[in-house]
Design a protein around this ligand. Sequence first.
Ligand SMILES: [Zn+2]
Length: 363
Amino acid sequence: MDDGAARPGAQGVPTRDVIAQLIAFLWRWRWLVLLMGLAVALLIRIDWSPGKTIVVTFDGAGAEERPLLLYSGMRAGRCRAFEPWVGAPSVTLTDVKYGASCPTEIDVFARGHGADAYAVDPAKPGSERWFTDALSSGALTWHFPDLTPVPLTLWLVADGPRDLATVEAKRDDLTAWATARFDAEGAGIMLEIVSKQIATSAVGEDCSAAAAIFGNSSIFDAGRINVYLVEWYGSSGSSTTAYNCVDVGHKEIAFIAWGNPNLRDAALTHELGHSLGLSRPTAVWGHTEGVAGFDSKNIMWPGGDAMHITVGQLYGIHFSDVSWLHGTGPSSVQPLVRTCQNAWGPPPPCPHLSQALTGWPPP
Ligand SMILES: [Zn+2]
């Protein structure tokens, strides 16, 4: 038996030299080694798997429908927030994948239909399944919900038949404008309007009366937005043409001054905007006057034409926690509630309020 291999130290000396040299080498190049280690760690974290394609189709949609889809999630290697797509009517999302650290959500709006949303809640195990299933199958089918009802009572505050005729004519102009604009903008809501006459002595004429009105079933319909068409807001000759009481905690109550010659047909549309979540940033109660990205045709431009609703505002109407559709409204119909940023932007959790999109709403 050769005992050479068993002799301690016979091969240990060169091994020790190699280890010592290695340690010296590593020490000399320690910063480079550290950098390479970090690079390797980063490469392992990056998901290099190819993205998938998801074709989103809309059940029962006609060929002419152009739904708006907002995609949040990983796409083409980046985490996207509210990336807008207009369908024809389907939408093909390319190079998408699931990333737990990237908020995943799809929101859908379409003229003549209610708004809808799917989101992944990282706190709920399995809530990503709708998305990972869509990645596997390459398809996601949406069933449009009905328009979200917005019950609205218009209180015609007038004493004699002549005043009543005047206020009825104003009511018709205001409601025609609001109905047409919400429809044209694909707002996804349907105004369910009733009107009732009350005497001027029955109700206060500005928001200082809101708390008293709210508790009085003879002049307030619970579960509805209540708008009071008074001759003047506050006092005769007042310059205020309309006012929503959101700033005193009553977004379900608004006043419109039918006797004010400066009253515009767009006033009701604007005040409903305040009720429906467009009251942020609260520093200006959501008013867009002079804010970059808005013009005087925007719904929240005071005294404007209330023609247009941005994509960001559309999201706020349906999914902002301060929208009347949540809390006092028919909250059960809204699939998602977000505590939106009390600022103009940027996301998350809600899109930038000025976010708009060429091609939406469709002509
Ligand atoms: Zn306003």
